[in-house]
Write a protein that binds this ligand. Structure first.
Ligand SMILES: [Fe+2]
Ligand SMILES: [Fe+2]
Length: 167
């Protein structure tokens, strides 16, 4: 059975994944409102991914005899600036999430909870991917600068993203 400390830490992280989901949902709607339908779609898929992260963590907690305790989720805000600023904020946020996952991993080791350590490895690798994916978008948007035709091209390209497991 999972210890109280890990239970609390995982529960807190479930709430933080739900915040990530809502942040990307808000950003998706914001981009849609700015006529960036492709980036809006990309962020909407990211929203679903964050929900899946929350579910995955909750399932681990419950499977190990823990009690789910979902906390209040902060409002994500509604103004995100230019399309570059949107993705700079996504990258900042993902870096913050990476730190939080690494703390969870260290806590699992300190609590002598190998099942959580092994479980959290997936999240550690996922964060490497998430940061790389978002950094690529930020780098490309920086390259494009104020050339709107190039920004619209990127919007179209990133709008091709599919949800995992769907076609
Ligand atoms: Fe996540
Ligand atoms: Fe994420």
């Amino acid at each position: 059975m999972i210890g109280q400390k890990m239970q609390d830490a995982l529960n807190a992280h479930v709430t933080s994944e739900l915040f990530s989901a809502n942040l990307y949902l808000a950003m998706s709607a914001y981009c849609e409102g700015k006529a960036y339908a492709g980036f809006s779609r990309w962020l909407r898929i990211q929203y679903f991914e964050e929900l899946e992260h929350a579910h995955k963590m909750l399932d681990h907690l419950v499977a190990r005899g823990g009690t789910a305790a979902i906390g209040a989720v902060n409002a994500p805000g509604r103004e995100f600036g230019s399309i570059l600023q949107v993705f700079e904020k996504v990258l900042d946020h993902e870096r913050h999430v990476t730190q939080s996952i690494e703390e969870l991993y260290r806590a699992a080791s300190a609590e002598r909870d190998p099942a959580s350590q092994i479980f959290l490895q997936w999240f550690v690798s996922e964060q490497v991917e998430e940061e790389a994916r978002v950094k690529e978008i930020v780098d490309k948007l920086r390259m494009v600068g104020d050339k709107s035709s190039a920004a619209l091209y990127l919007d179209k390209e990133y709008g091709k993203r599919q949800r995992a497991g769907t076609t």
